[in-house]
Structure formats: C-alpha cells, structure tokens
Ligand binder design. Structure first.
Ligand code: AP5
Ligand code: MG
Length: 249
C-alpha cells in the first residue's frame, strides 16, 4: 500500500500532497451523479486517497439552513421543493469555499456543478488560478434504483456520513460508525421530495455530463455495483487520467 507522501514538487501550484502519491496531479475532481447515486458515499473514500478536501454544496446549504444564515433562508424553500438553488447564490457559496486555504491545493466537488452555468463559472474560476477540472467522474445509476437508495438512506447528525438500510447498515443500529452520533433522515428524503428532485434535476445533470464530455474530462463508472466496486472503478479512472497527464508533462 502506498503511504502518505510528499509527492508534488511543481512550484506555484501545489507544494505538498498528503494523499496517495499515484494521484498527485489530481487537483480539482468533480463527482457527478443523480440524487442518490452515491456521490457522498464515494467522496468519503476518494478524499483520503486524493489528499484534497471534500466540498459538497448540499452539505454547505444544509449547514446554512441549520444556522439560519441569509443563504440558508434563501436556499431552504428550493431544497424543500426538491429544486436547484439559483445559480448566483450557489456559485458565490462555492467560490467562497474554494477560496479558503485548505482548497488551495485542490478539492473534490460533490453536487457542484449542477447546471451548465455553474460548470462554466467553475471553469472560469479555475482558469483564473491556472487550473482546470482534472476529472469529472459520473456515478451512473438508473432512475428506478434512486428512489430505493434515497428512501433507505440515514445520515449521521454530526457530519452527514451516509448509511442505507438494508444495503449499507451501521455496525450498531442508529449510531454512526465513524463519529458515534445519532442517525437521522434528511428532510428532502421524503418520498414526494425525492420524486420532485429526480423530476426536476436530471435534465440539468445530463447537460453538465455533455459539458464534461466535450472538455474530455468525463469518465463514467457503473454505480449499480457494490460500494467497494464503485470506489475501485473511480480510482481506476483517476489513475488512468493521472498517468496520461504524467505522460504529457
Ligand atoms: P445534495 O445534498 O447534493 O443531494 P443530491 O445530489 O440530491 O444527492 P444526495 O446527497 O441525495 O445523494 P448522493 O449521490 O450523495 O448519494 P449518497 O452517497 O448519500 O443536494 C441537496 C439539495 O441542495 C438539492 O436538491 C438542491 O436543492 C441543493 N443543491 C445542492 N447543490 C446544489 C447546486 N450545485 N446547485 C443548486 N442547488 C444545489 O447515497 C445514497 C444512498 O445510497 C445512501 O443511503 C448510501 O448508503 C446508498 N448507497 C451509496 N452507494 C451505494 C451502492 N453502490 N450500492 C448500494 N447502496 C449505495
Ligand atoms: Mg450527497
């Protein structure tokens, strides 16, 4: 097993890397997938391997709603209705988060971009710091499986770590394996909101997929496999892109 390593030496971009050295060139990775496809589940695995922070706009919005910030007050109605929050507020939120020091060496984005407007804004933001989306990884799950995934999901109160009954249960019923906090269900995992999310968001997802197909960053993994198999597929896709980038350097 490869250990943590000081693997990045190109000046001006990233002078250290605390993940798996095979993925040292991966700075900005986007995880794409429909609601319930497994983005959050896989981000928890990939974050440690890539050595970059996991940034989920859904988590940022849920924190803002909990804290009743102006962004949270604006986002809440959209989230409760299963609709996307408007691009302007979403892009500002993401850019503010990407501007923090821990994201200077890159990030694993989960749930952003969700529209072509967001994708183009991200491209422009990254171009401004001499970077680009290194990989856009689509976790592909058919719509008929998503309702079952979301209606069986439980997340932990402290950090949102996802579980599923019966497919991915915690070791102790009702308790998070990672931080011991209680498991709860998300407000937008009610059956009527699940249906609204799927109905209103899949067209935008398809447009974002086409955006990354056109840039050459898109890789697709079959999300119907087990969680471990999906992780292996995603890491294999990243490794192939990274090896290609190394060959061109
Ligand atoms: P967000 O929080 O991003 O929700 P989402 O995209 O709807 O995706 P989910 O978090 O529901 O699913 P996931 O793909 O992370 O799946 P998970 O790993 O949990 O967004 C929420 C809302 O915020 C949006 O509706 C919108 O209103 C707003 N928002 C957020 N970002 C926005 C943006 N950029 N623009 C505008 N609005 C935005 O897995 C699901 C379940 O399946 C779990 O129970 C898990 O245990 C299980 N599971 C995972 N993988 C497998 C597997 N391989 N086999 C079996 N079970 C599995
Ligand atoms: Mg999620």
């Amino acid at each position: 097993m490869l250990g943590r390593a000081l693997a990045w030496t190109r000046p001006g971009r990233r002078d250290w890397h605390d993940g798996d050295e095979r993925f040292a060139r991966m700075t900005l990775v986007v995880l794409l997938g429909a609601p319930g496809a497994g983005k959050g589940t896989q981000a928890a695995v990939l974050r440690d391997r890539l050595g970059i922070p996991h940034i989920a706009t859904g988590d940022l919005f849920r924190a803002a709603v909990r804290d009743a910030t102006p962004v949270g007050l604006e986002a809440r109605a959209y989230m409760d209705a299963g609709r996307l929050v408007p691009d302007g507020v979403t892009i500002r939120l993401l850019e503010e988060r990407l501007g923090r020091p821990d994201a200077a060496r890159g990030a694993l984005l989960d749930g952003f971009p969700r529209t072509v407007v967001q994708a183009k804004a991200l491209d422009a933001f990254l171009a401004g710091r001499g970077d680009r989306v290194a990989a856009a990884l689509l976790i592909d799950v058919p719509a008929e499986d998503l309702v079952e995934r979301l209606s069986g999901r439980w997340i932990c109160r402290a950090a949102g770590h996802p579980y599923h009954l019966p497919m991915n249960p915690p070791r102790v019923p009702g308790v998070c394996d990672i931080d011991g906090s209680a498991l709860i269900q998300r407000d937008d995992d009610k059956p009527e909101t699940i249906r609204a999310r799927l109905a209103s968001q899949l067209a935008d997802l398809n447009a974002v997929i086409e955006h990354y197909r056109s840039t050459g960053a898109l890789r697709t993994v079959d999300g119907r496999q087990s969680i471990g198999e999906v992780s292996a597929g995603l890491l294999g896709a990243i490794e192939a892109i990274d090896a290609g980038a190394a060959g061109r350097a």
